[in-house]
Design a protein around this ligand. Structure first.
Ligand code: CTP
Length: 408
């Protein structure tokens, strides 16, 4: 998600650098907006280097479409954070004064706002400041309480900027509202894999990634901490906690296996190649005779490996697989569920024009240990919601460690 990080002129301004980094680590894009006094504490260049974006420092900067930029950013950001927020900016935004970029952005945006006040204890306790804070709170602004400790002015008390980690956590909580999957770590794979033949050619498939993206997005909406492992897709991935881009099956295998242990749910929506060229030619292969033979070798089956590990240890994430079938859909998918020791298999009839690869809709059958549920053609978003409803039920039935596997 895109977050505007407003930095004002307080001694804690240097900590905002850590806030920017923390947000980026969580997969967010950050645009820093500095007041002119903030630039006296930290250089704009520091934020520019970290955020990899131009830092907005002045509303009337010539040549930068400055007069409309705050409106453009105002409508694209998902969250506005002000950290540190001085008594001055709190006073301005509480009272609708917009005399610089940051205070104007506050007025112009409809994104939620998070404020991390930082000031001297006496100032923080002053009635004028308290009133402004109350006004903002009544308007829905959220706060990260200042910490207690040594202040730069030598006093001990409330006023020091909250720790960057706490600000990042508060931002995350605002972006990912309370939901039934809150606190659950979910890994979703999506898209095709490309298996390289030589530096310019590959074997791929027509998966667009939309089904996996819809699941990842819905899981995030329900409050889950989502890691998306995506093959090469042309559709952009949704904003989730972490997006890991991979190319081939082998790389996807490593990306998933190295993270699976920390997950409560792994959903394999990717169309992983079953075979890859036995060897990748280091140079472009020149044209030869009329026919050409490719030698392929089996790729590691990620879902089957996760299933095996869970059977061996009796513990591990809940596993959801997909099965792309063209005939005997339910029977084949049921067999796949058992072979791969998955909790759910979502079977796709890819012979239909309105379901499966490359289209916005899908029709699936969800096959569990004790039941088969067929969903008619509908948007991939609604299919994602139905799959997650089933998963939520499974999670609520599982004992303490969500992924405990019933060997039966
Ligand atoms: N899968 C995987 N690793 C692979 C191949 C597939 O993790 N190397 C996963 C897919 O992401 C999907 C499920 O296994 O969730 C089923 O994949 P599919 O290709 O439909 O089935 P296969 O078991 O490969 O059988 P077949 O292609 O013969 O139908």
């Amino acid at each position: 998600m895109l977050i505007a990080l407003g930095v004002t002129g307080g001694i804690g301004a240097y900590k905002a650098v850590e806030v920017a980094r923390g947000l980026q680590k969580r997969g967010h894009e950050v645009v820093a907006v500095m007041t002119s006094s903030a630039t006296r504490f930290v250089g704009a260049i520091t934020f520019e280097a970290i955020t990899q974006r131009r830092v907005i420092t002045d509303q009337f900067e010539p040549g930068a479409n400055a007069d409309i930029e705050h409106i453009a950013i105002a409508s694209t950001i998902d969250l506005l954070i002000i950290a540190p927020a001085t008594a001055n900016i709190i006073g301005k935004i509480a009272n609708g004064i917009s005399d610089d970029f940051l205070s104007t952005l506050y007025i112009a945006t409809r994104a939620p706002v998070l404020v991390a006040p930082a000031m001297n204890t006496q100032m923080f306790a002053h009635e004028a400041v308290r009133r402004n804070l109350d006004t903002l709170a009544a308007r829905g602004v959220r706060f990260v309480e200042p910490g207690e400790g040594y202040l730069a002015c030598g006093w001990i008390g409330k006023g020091r900027l909250a720790e960057p980690d706490d600000i990042v956590a508060a931002a995350e909580a605002m972006l990912r509202p309370e939901g039934p999957l809150r606190g659950r770590r979910v890994l979703v794979t999506a898209g095709p894999t490309y298996e390289d033949l030589d530096p310019v050619r590959y074997l791929g498939n027509r998966s667009s990634g939309r089904m996996g993206f819809a699941i990842a997005s819905e899981a995030a909406r329900r409050g889950a901490d989502v890691t998306l492992v995506a093959g090469p897709t042309t559709v952009d991935p949704p904003p989730v906690n972490q997006v890991v881009r991979v190319r081939g099956a082998e790389e996807m295998y490593r990306a998933v296996l190295s993270r699976a242990e920390r997950m409560q749910v792994v959903i394999m929506a990717a169309a992983v190649a079953d075979y890859a060229p036995a060897a990748r030619a280091p140079q472009k292969v020149p044209k030869g005779g009329d026919t050409m033979t490719l030698v392929l070798k089996k790729t590691p089956d990620i879902l089957a490996e996760l299933g095996q590990r869970r059977v061996a240890s009796g513990d591990g994430p809940l596993l959801v697989g997909f099965a792309a079938e063209t005939e005997d859909v339910v029977a084949r998918a049921t067999a796949k569920r058992e072979e791969k020791h998955a909790d759910l298999i979502v079977a796709n009839d890819v012979s239909r024009a309105d379901a499966g690869c490359g289209v916005e809709t899908n029709a699936v059958t969800i096959i569990g240990r004790n039941g088969v549920e067929s969903l008619p053609v509908q948007s991939k978003t609604r299919i994602a919601a139905a799959i997650l409803d089933r998963l939520e039920k499974l999670l609520s039935e599982s004992p303490a460690k969500a992924g405990h596997y019933d060997r039966s």
